[in-house]
Design a protein around this ligand. Sequence first.
Ligand SMILES: [Zn+2]
Length: 241
Amino acid sequence: MRPIGDLSPAGGVSWTLDPAPRPRVMSGTMRADQLRDGVPRGPFGLSQRRVRPGVFGEPAFEAELVPESVCPARPHVLAWLAWRAMSAAGIKAGVAPALLSIYAGYRSVAFQAQVWEYRLRERAESRVSAGLPPLSQRDLERQQRKWTAKPGQSAHHTGLALDLGLYELGKRESRRSPAYTWLAANARDFGFYPYIPEAWHWEFNPPGLVTALAGFRRALAADAGPNAALTACCRALVDPG
Ligand SMILES: [Zn+2]
């Protein structure tokens, strides 16, 4: 067993993990027809496996989220472990570490509700100051849904969705970056799937995750200890069936 760091400053529990969650899904190469000028083609070369908040829910236990002292974005521990393996491989392959860093992770429904209300107000006010006629609440919300997930509907509620440092490059440049090409070819090998409209947004959702996560939560509820729960869960992911 190799320690992977102290994930519980409160309890002083040091998480150990054997093996690391690296679900074997496919080899990490892209076919030529999946690339256009070296850049992954839109939805045709990549497949999404969206993390539905209705399926996974918010983390049920504090121990599911990485403490802020370890990662301020507080991703789900499963996504974080897989991300560590992925980012190490990416850096080894020459990708700039900053582009693979975690920009955003877990976002609670309550926090998203504040963001939603704030942006809705901002949207209504900017129409007024631009001299445009006011929109109905329904139309305002419809416009806003293009840019902001409604509270309860964001994949970030699960902690399994990560916005990577690619975000800083902006919409166009992030997609054209070598970092994105590398992710498109390799992320699936670590259990990560893209959200096509946003090159920086990746979701940890390997096959078998629903069952593995349910087992993880059952073990935490039964007080099996975070390490035992995590190890069993990761084994189920790496070696499904
Ligand atoms: Zn995102």
